[in-house]
Ligand binder design. Sequence first.
Ligand code: GUN
Length: 293
Amino acid sequence: MQLIDGKAIADQVKQEIAAEVAEIVAKGGKQPHLAVIIVGHDGGSETYVASKVKSCQQVGFKSTHLAFEDTITEVELLAEVEKLNNNPDVDGFIVQLPLPKHINEEKVIEAIDYRKDVDGFHPINVGRTSIGLPSFVSATPAGIMELIKRYKIETSGKHCVVIGRSNIVGKPISGLMIQKGYPGDATVTVCHSRTKNLQEICLQADIIIAAIGVPNFVKGSMVKDGAVVIDVGTTRVPSTETKSGFRLCGDVDFKEVSPKCSYITPVPGGVGPMTIVSLLKNTLLAGKKEIFK
Ligand code: GUN
């Protein structure tokens, strides 16, 4: 069993991005600039956004952190989005989700200029990704593809079972895994909460991508010997062993499953660290105007 070290790969990719930014700036080019909007005080979101801003600094990006109270109206938030759309210094920006209930997330996402949508959530980017056109691919699926590539994991003709059908992971990763080329060319089955013979399907998988959001959902009895297991789960569960009082728990029962795997991602330290790196990569592409002129 080989552990897929997402932290190490993320550090490596960050160094590559930093080197590229240094080169751009040395040649008199523009420092890539990411803006992040956060609304309210959700603990998870605040931690995540702080980490995104810190990562920008590490690779030499400019970053802008815009924090609003959850009393902001939808109209006011849409006006903030429009300001960023029209700010030529901002190459890309994201609106951290979830948003308070009185704000329609779809409306906000659709208001983002797709050429600055480094989260890859805008329907134009989602659609372009699904038909294989250049696009901003959302962070988690892009991070998974990068891990598969860097570990040279074979995907052609492999049976990839995706557990979960969310818009931000399950749907895009299944679309990417069936695409022509590498990583891709897989036979993909997407399972979800209504799937009947889940264990039987999982037992046929060469690659399992678990993104269902249920801690320890994938058991040893669901995994065949030699499978590759990618765990996207990051549920916060109470813990007496950490300062924060919680720890992250994956969708895979690591103790049971890991001895059977050829490769497996741990939680934390697997897919998680790659998501911010994907956002940085998209911001670099946005800065270089590489996807949309
Ligand atoms: N909330 C959880 N993950 C994400 C993400 O990747 N982007 C945004 N905008 N919000 C999130």
